[in-house]
Design a protein around this ligand. Sequence first.
Ligand code: ATP
Length: 294
Amino acid sequence: MKKKNPVCSLRNCSRPLRFKILKTFPAKFAKDSAKDAKYDLARCSRLRTDNYGRPTMNIGLLGGTFDPIHHGHLALARAAKERFDLGRIYFVPANVPPHKQSRAVTPYFHRYAMVVLATMGEKAFVPSVLEAPGVVATPTAGAKGRAAKDGVSGANYSIDTVRRLKESLKKSDRLFFLIGMDAFSEIAHWHQAEALFRECEFIVASRPGYSLADVANALPEKIRPPQSVSQPFAKQPATGDLVLSGATIHLLENVHQPVSATAIREAVVAKKPLRKFVDASVEEYIKKEGLYLG
Ligand code: ATP
């Protein structure tokens, strides 16, 4: 039976997963729900029209350093596109990634060029200059003095990018923020993380070894479920959907590929072939431009 005022629910889009979750979650969840009437189970449907019957488009945003873009990024985007019917996915290389300050990143225009090459074959994949140098950020509330406080001057913050992108979308469009589990586990430290969850839904590429409790525990404090609620899911693989008051997270399992930009840069230095990590056009670009040689 539907609980009144549910602020948290687990739900699932695909039949096999729904069965899995219904088998494993309800008993405990229902117990917790009964306790504080906060948690509930629900199902989601793919939205094709809004409440007024207007057509909607599901849109994804995949931000990153893309230094370089690789098969892991593309696999994540492809899986999200299929599963959530995304009509368009914006690939947004950051000019100044706030979370990669420990090393010098390759100049923006090389990284952007590689994103263009890698996304060429897919109509729905759109290279985006939303975080290009010189693009004026829409300052977020409290942005004044932020650089000094957070220590990353001129950084591209996802909250600004998402808000700027939304200005160009239709009200009826539904925006999903695509992210890998590694990056998601740090999300509580992102600038205005709670606001980011309010602005869009998340699609997280989970990895084997991560549990649903890990996902919940990674959330910013104000929207993180209490330990008493997340603890029972410490052994439950990170699959399905997590719907909380202030955050909707869809988990994509079996997507993560054993590739990282770090490994690619190391492979270049070691003169190893890159073909298993990146598209041929990206490999050629890296060679032509002599990137990552040190
Ligand atoms: P680096 O090795 O330099 O830290 P990276 O390979 O993690 O880089 P980023 O550009 O930092 O690449 O990642 C952009 C986004 O893609 C992040 O959300 C990240 O979690 C995700 N991502 C990176 N690699 C993979 C992968 N192999 N599979 C799925 N998602 C990935």
